[in-house]
Design a binder for this molecule. Structure first.
Ligand code: 13P
Length: 257
């Protein structure tokens, strides 16, 4: 696995032309570092064109979601194989947008995780508490429960790569990230939840935990100096090429060891 992951989630914000233009803009000024993996998750429909534009660039591609079956009569769904066909190495699973608007459950995240690992894609499993859960003193319970339900029963050999993205739901799109020390604490909670399921050495080898929620090129530094925060999942700021490249540059500067 890499030291640091910078992952852009473009959500449903751009049409095809805008997606290609943004990708080309980022690609032109992008400079790769072995320590920092840069992943872009555009819309499904722009993936084939972006994959063609990518050429030899070290920017990686991911999808925003995937279905858990390999093939069949599942109208509207996209399989792992289809994602690999268009150059994806990564896919997001269980994003809070999908949990909120499409009633996606932890059980669905579990099925997706199984299939994604079987198909050798890297899953980016999203967890995070609502504002109400936080107010009620249940933030730890919420993320431990999401992790346990998604991960239990998965057998790992130690060669798999799994990214867990901690995204406090109430912070997403707010323009105000949580305090980095608070995020570090929640990363420790997630790490412990993983160690309660998998052996410690497997957890160290296979998992990276990253933060998402109103990250920009100014606040990213405070997150990456935290010992357990191994990258960021970026929404709004990833739609501005200079801002996103600024985030990638900060990552290279802060944590290339
Ligand atoms: P923002 O960076 O816009 O808060 O979005 C975070 C997110 O949901 C990424 O998946």
């Amino acid at each position: 696995m890499k030291n640091i992951y910078i992952i852009a989630n473009w959500k449903m914000q751009l049409n095809l032309k805008e997606s290609i233009d943004l990708f080309n803009n980022i690609k032109q000024k992008f400079s790769h570092s072995e320590d920092v993996e840069t992943v872009i998750c555009p819309s499904y429909i722009s993936l084939p064109d972006i994959n063609r534009c990518k050429g030899g660039s070290k920017i990686r591609l991911g999808a925003q979601d995937v279905f858990w079956e390999d093939v069949g009569a599942y109208t509207g769904e996209i399989s792992c194989e289809m994602l690999k066909d268009v150059g994806c190495n990564y896919t997001i699973i269980g994003h809070s947008d999908r949990r909120k608007y499409f009633k996606e459950s932890d059980e669905m995240a579990h099925y997706k995780l199984r299939t994604v690992l079987k198909n050798s894609l890297v899953p980016i499993v999203c967890v995070g508490e609502t504002f109400q859960e936080r107010q009620e003193g249940k933030k730890e319970y919420a993320v431990i429960s999401q992790i346990t339900k998604a991960m239990s029963g998965i057998d790992l050999l130690g060669t798999e790569e799994i990214i867990v993205a901690y995204e406090p739901i109430w912070v997403i799109g707010s323009g105000r990230a949580i305090n980095a020390e608070e995020a570090e604490y929640m990363h420790q909670v997630i790490k412990q939840a993983l160690i309660d399921i998998f052996p410690v050495d497997i957890t160290e080898k296979c998992f990276r935990i990253i933060y998402g929620g109103s990250i920009n090129q100014t606040n990213i530094k405070t997150f990456l100096v935290q010992p357990n925060i191994k990258g960021v999942l970026v929404g709004g700021a990833s739609l501005n090429p200079d801002e996103f490249l600024g985030i990638v540059s900060e990552a290279k500067r802060e944590k290339c060891y």
